[in-house]
Design a protein around this ligand. Structure first.
Ligand SMILES: Cc1cc2nc3c(=O)[nH]c(=O)nc-3n(C[C@H](O)[C@H](O)[C@H](O)COP(=O)(O)O)c2cc1C
Length: 191
């Protein structure tokens, strides 16, 4: 089984990346194949008017087909995003928007086939630790996970402290929760 980590922080070596690595490492030690993609490393155009694009036979030329292929091949998806202005990072939002390209071009059934029933999880880092500050981000992602065409199975959400590099990795609770989330993927596939 393959777990794909989608790391959507603008810092390659930030707190989101650190907790993502912890979770993927724990999954790997439990026998799961893992791969991490850093969204920043991919050229992603923001979505255009996809229905018009379809009529004109046009699609933005970028790396989305590579990412789409990785989604198809993954058995589970672990998302990692910092809290940016009380919601997901722009990198992640652009990627989520582009999932509509799959729907418009390949029909909703195709997206459903790709994602339906796959286990998922979410890692968030943020500076404002009050739970309500992350409520919109969590609400958005939970709605994405339960969207009728791509019902994912949510294994859990880890919220770590952010700010300066190295903050989250020093937080024993966040590290333990990230490890536990990684192991949940292995448990899901061996249940
Ligand atoms: C553009 C931007 C917006 C941010 N907005 C928030 C916010 O609304 N609430 C918050 O608690 N932290 C906010 N932060 C802080 C980040 O969530 C925090 O530093 C996080 O750890 C960054 O992730 P990273 O360490 O993986 O780079 C923001 C940071 C940036 C750069």
């Amino acid at each position: 089984m393959k777990l794909l980590g989608i790391m959507a922080s603008s810092r390659r070596d930030g707190n989101t990346n650190d907790l993502m690595d912890v979770a993927l490492q724990a999954a790997s030690e439990s026998g799961v194949n893992t791969e991490k993609i850093i969204l920043l490393d991919y050229k992603l155009h923001q979505i255009l008017n996809c229905k018009d694009c379809k009529e004109q036979g046009f699609c933005p030329e970028d790396d989305f087909p590579i990412l789409k292929q990785k989604l198809i091949e993954a058995d589970g998806i672990l998302w990692g995003t910092p809290l940016y202005w009380y919601t997901v990072s722009g990198l992640l939002k652009v990627f989520l928007d582009r999932l509509c390209c799959i729907m418009y071009w390949d029909t909703p059934q195709h997206l459903l086939k790709i994602l339906q029933g796959k286990p998922t999880g979410l890692i968030i880092t943020r500076e404002e630790l009050e739970p309500e500050k992350s409520a919109h981000l969590i609400g958005t992602m939970e709605m994405v996970f339960s969207y009728e065409y791509c019902r994912l199975v949510n294994l859990g959400i880890v919220m770590g402290p952010g700010g300066s590099r190295g903050t989250a990795i020093k937080d024993a609770q966040a590290v333990a929760e990230a490890q536990a989330l990684g192991r949940k993927f292995a448990a899901f596939w061996t249940r």
